[in-house]
Write a new protein. Structure first.
Length: 433
């Protein structure tokens, strides 16, 4: 669904700790002269994505002769660095790797260049934006495309097929079945399930349960807040009860995030767990997870109602700052990266393309079998709504889930508070009166 942008209140921009600078000069207009392109400077955060980018960019340079300079920035400071540069009008980068939910603040500050003119005038034969759906819709605001999607992932239910088979239990497809299986598989040595309820990451774990129950933060058309709906309360009650009532997860899950979930599964401390798909490689690698590598499998996160799938997701993308010195060079690279040979290279080097053709490529599926399932999962993914005040939504849901897990508030009370905070954020952002 394409998203509408409303300019945030001045306080929203000021909260970034910058004064929005006027953009001096203009970016080069798209051209089709076919001449050599200047070096494109690309920003990305440190870690596997940066390593992948270096490998993939080398192939691009080999194929095109166009040079790419990569600036790898520490993960902890990456969001602040990008926001300071783009909202502040710096001309440091020709393309950046950024979370889709940062885009509205960038756009409100006139910090991003729409790609539509480039797409119309410069599109290579290999670029078909239909192959980038639905991810490209998360980067389309007021009818304009501001980025190309990447890393459109989700989570799987990882389960121990040997334990389920030994207990005569079918792979869970509903939340009720998941709970029943978790109870049956909990022993003195192993919990039936694992969750990641550390405060810093709890929304990114709870969201899979939230959306599985059919909940939404608000109506995307009317902006009516629904974060405390019957479905939302049922989701948080289910989630908190895993620890507080049913005791099918370790009491230590309040210190677990992504790595904690992965470790519990890898070390045979939990029989099942909802975990981001990025963990698949390590969990099925017999050098990294020797205890369970040949015993673990994965499938869709169970639904509250059988067959009515819904689970969380994230959405990143490649964007061009409005002050980019070499905007066309940056565009040409990201166009190739998501639409051409680069999409396949990105996948083969460990990335997650949002190009459905690349996901279904036989060589890619042979190396990364889960991409075949990801292609099926794409229509059911939900991400945190993308607005200028999305960070406030996340904070509200973090507080709600944490309070319910701790028992300091009932799920209803926690979500009532979250709903009030989300409504206030929407008012602050100018989305509702």
């Amino acid at each position: 669904m394409k998203t509408r942008i409303k300019r945030a209140a001045l306080a929203t921009i000021a909260a970034l700790g910058v004064i929005v600078a006027a953009c001096g000069g203009s970016t080069p207009s798209p051209s089709t002269d076919g001449g050599a392109l200047p070096t494109a400077r690309i920003a990305i955060w440190s870690g596997p994505e940066a390593e992948n980018l270096r490998k993939t960019a080398a192939v691009y340079t080999q194929q095109t002769g166009n040079a790419i300079e990569i600036e790898e920035i520490a993960r902890d400071g990456y969001a602040d660095k990008l926001k300071l540069d783009i909202v502040g009008g710096a001309a440091d980068y020709d393309a950046v790797y950024a979370s889709a939910d940062w885009a509205p603040v960038f756009i409100a500050a006139d910090g991003l260049k729409p790609l539509d003119e480039f797409i119309a005038n410069n599109a290579a034969p290999f670029l078909d934006t239909a192959n980038l759906k639905p991810g490209i819709d998360n980067l389309t605001f007021d009818g304009k495309v501001y980025g190309f999607p990447s890393e459109g992932d989700t989570a799987w239910l990882f389960y121990r097929k040997d334990l389920l088979e030994a207990a005569g239990i079918a792979v869970p497809t509903t939340m009720d079945e998941l709970l029943a299986a978790a109870k049956s598989l909990t022993t003195a040595d192993r919990y039936g399930l694992v969750i990641g309820a550390v405060k810093e990451e709890i929304w990114w774990d709870f969201m899979h349960y939230f959306f599985a129950f059919g909940a939404e933060l608000y109506d995307p058309t009317t902006y009516e807040v629904t974060a405390n709906s019957e479905q939302a309360v049922a989701a948080l009650t289910f989630y908190a009860d895993l620890l507080r009532k049913h005791k099918v997860v370790s009491p230590d899950v309040t210190t677990y995030g992504y790595s904690g979930i992965q470790t519990a599964l890898a070390e045979d401390k939990a029989a099942m767990g909802v975990e981001w798909m990025a963990a698949t490689g390590d969990l099925t690698d017999c050098e990294k997870s020797p205890l369970i590598c040949d015993k673990i499998a994965y499938t869709f996160v169970p639904a509250a109602v059988k067959g009515e799938w819904g689970f969380g997701g994230s959405s990143w993308g490649w964007m061009i700052p409005s002050t980019a010195a070499n905007a066309e060079a940056g565009y040409k690279f990201i166009e190739w990266l998501v639409g051409g040979d680069g999409a396949k290279e990105w996948a083969l080097n460990g990335g997650i393309p949002s190009n459905t053709v690349a996901l279904a490529d036989s060589a890619v599926v042979a190396k990364v079998p889960q991409f075949e399932l990801l292609a099926e999962a794409m229509p059911y993914r939900h991400i945190t709504p993308i607005t200028t005040v999305s960070d406030q939504f996340v904070t509200a849901m973090v507080d709600a889930a944490s309070a319910a897990i701790a028992g300091s508030k009932s799920p209803q009370e926690a979500l009532d508070a979250a709903a009030a905070a989300i409504e206030a954020a929407l008012k602050d952002g100018g989305y509702i009166k």
